[in-house]
Design a protein around this ligand. Structure first.
Ligand code: PLP
Length: 355
């Protein structure tokens, strides 16, 4: 049986009628930009996270740039960010005028720690982008205790009210995905929320007077309506992802490869299930032959990507290099069955000659 890396279609199948009705509702309303769907979804996601305000923007990358600027980051500042993450986590920093300062990760959890952040602190550090990678939860309180404001960057789960602000991407493969691009900033800081609202709207409150150089970066009504149908199911889906992780454990995956480690006290919502092996190419060959999805996300870490040379050249980040060389994402979704997990584990066993 073929097992896909994600299974968005099966996850959304029971909601098809509700999704169509929501889309029709927006067409009927003739409100497409910053209308009642966005306003309601902003409140609903903020409440889900335990925060006061949500500000919908065009994508997760803009969310980071706008949130950092709303937190007062600007030219001459440094923002600490991990190198083992999606490129956009760092790409979003230079447009604020600040420089990315790359930190290492714990290759067992794939997340940054207070120690790796401390090693990157300088007198110019203005903020830390704490990435909750793959649905794990990085230690925000310990990092904040170093005395720098935290912007959480979330790829899934209920994180989002731990730091000064948090950003979300609603890229379609995410735990809460829309049918295109979308993003949000969530915060309990009224000033950050107000600044983010102005920045996403050309630096204006009313499109008459302009206070700052801003952006046209808004979440669409259509996408907000689609996600309002999905949000009530997010917790059940996260439980399904955790259950899928247990299927892998019970099928004996941990005897074959390194399993992703939850951070202390966290219940990860496994956006991606990322294992490690010294020779991931052997896993790739066996999974490919069996028609099973897999993906190496970050073989070249961000600090070694060409446009980051100014800030990354010569840096030594051993945890990052280990994770980059060894990681491999295998199928994960809220509906992944034990039979599918068995199939994946059997293919991996064949790949490393332990079948
Ligand atoms: C960790 C991380 N940060 C940032 C982004 C960027 O989000 P977007 O594609 O919505 O701009 C993504 C996802 O694509 C991501 O995985």
């Amino acid at each position: 049986m073929a097992v896909t890396l994600f299974d968005t279609a099966a996850t959304l199948a029971p909601l098809r009628d509700q999704l169509r009705a929501a889309i029709d509702g927006v067409l009927d309303s003739e409100r497409f930009i910053l209308g009642p769907q966005v306003a309601s979804f902003e409140q609903e996601l903020a409440a889900y996270c335990g925060a006061a305000y949500g500000v919908g923007v065009a994508n997760g990358t803009d969310a980071i740039t706008i949130a950092l600027r709303a937190m007062g980051v600007g030219p001459g500042d440094e923002v600490i960010v991990p190198s083992f993450t999606f490129y956009a986590s760092a790409e979003a920093i230079p447009p604020t005028g600040a420089s990315p300062a790359f930190c290492d990760i714990d290759p067992h959890t794939y997340c940054m720690t207070a120690e790796t952040v401390r090693a990157a602190l300088t007198p110019r550090t203005k903020a830390v982008v704490v990435v909750h990678l793959f649905g794990n939860v990085a230690p925000v309180a310990e990092i904040e205790a170093l005395g720098v404001p935290v912007l959480e960057e979330s790829a899934g789960g209920r994180a989002g009210a731990l730091g000064r602000a948090a950003t979300f991407s609603f890229y379609p493969s995410k735990n809460l995905g829309c049918f295109g691009d979308g993003g949000m900033i969530v915060t309990s800081d009224e000033q950050v929320a107000e600044q983010a609202r102005i920045l996403r709207f050309h630096g204006s409150r009313d499109k008459v007077d302009y206070e700052q150089l801003g952006y046209n970066s808004r979440l669409d009504e259509l996408q907000a309506a689609i996600m309002r149908v999905q949000l009530p199911h997010l917790q059940t889906w996260a439980d399904g992802r955790r259950e899928a992780g247990r299927h892998y454990e019970q099928a004996g995956l941990g005897e074959l490869v390194g399993l992703p480690g939850p951070t202390a006290g966290a219940e990860p919502a496994w956006h991606l299930y990322v294992v490690s092996h010294p020779e991931p190419q052997r896993l790739e060959a066996a999974l490919g032959a069996a028609g099973i999805g897999y993906k190496a996300y970050y073989r070249t870490p961000v600090h070694r990507q060409a446009p980051m040379a100014e800030w990354g050249a010569g840096l030594e980040l051993p945890g990052t290099e280990l994770a980059a060389a060894r990681h491999l994402a295998i199928p994960m979704s809220p509906v992944l069955s034990r039979a599918q997990a068995d199939e994946v584990v059997a293919a991996i066993a064949r790949g490393i000659g332990k079948a």
